[in-house]
Design a protein. Structure first.
Length: 225
């Protein structure tokens, strides 16, 4: 049973937790990599889904250094297809409209009222500037009084920094939808709840059981706790 009243800080992942944007991101990775062919693009998508929460910067580096040589050994980024910078640009262009128009999780305002004494943060693998722009345009920034943070810093780096500065006060709860979210939260000493309604973790039920985690479909369910 989750007792929200004991937490001084709530930390939210963005994609799949606050926004229904996991599939938006997955489609954008495919589009960005398609100039190198279907097989390479699908391999990047598989890597992305298996590594939820890792930044696009890391994923495109892995694509160019590991996936592309396997599928297109003669291809030269920048000559035969987009280089790292161009991949990032293609991805951002594709994902932007999706982030501005995808669903926001239900009862977020109600949950904010329920936890008015707690500090709220976004800690995401998404690009920090992009996140802040999208949340501002969607009138969501005001809910996250502790700030909106993302890549290129990793989630672990962000959590460590915000704990050290006192922005994250213990006890704190991380609400995430990936293995990386759980691992980063645990390493930082935060409690964790797995949000499975929009997760792309195929075997999330087994992961939750093996790690004895609390799990709910959407964060709005906590508004009733």
């Amino acid at each position: 049973m989750i007792d929200l009243s004991r937490y001084r800080t709530l930390v939210f992942d963005c994609d799949g937790v606050v926004l229904d944007s996991n599939q938006v991101k997955t489609a954008a990775f495919r589009v960005a990599a398609l100039p190198y062919g279907e097989a390479a693009a699908e391999a990047l998508v598989a890597y992305h889904v298996a590594n939820g929460g890792i930044s696009r910067y890391v994923k495109f580096t892995h694509f160019l250094e590991q996936i592309l040589p396997e599928h297109q050994p003669e291809a030269m980024p920048g000559r035969d297809g987009p280089d790292h910078e161009a991949l990032l640009r293609l991805y951002a262009e594709t994902v932007r409209d999706g982030l501005l128009n995808c669903a926001v999780t239900e009862k977020l305002e109600q949950l904010r009222d329920t936890t008015e004494g707690a500090n709220w943060l976004i800690v995401s693998g998404g690009d920090q500037n992009e996140l802040r722009d999208v949340f501002g345009r969607r009138d969501l920034s005001r809910l996250f009084d502790g700030g909106i943070f993302g890549s290129p810093d990793t989630k672990s780096t962000i959590l460590e920094r915000e704990l050290a500065s006192g922005n994250i006060q213990s006890p704190a709860l991380f609400l995430g939808d990936s293995r990386l979210d759980h691992q980063a939260a645990t390493a930082a000493g935060l409690d964790f709840v797995f949000i499975h309604g929009w997760t792309e973790v195929v075997d999330w039920q087994r992961y939750v059981e093996e790690n004895k985690l609390e799990a709910i479909s959407k964060v709005g369910e906590l508004a009733n706790k």
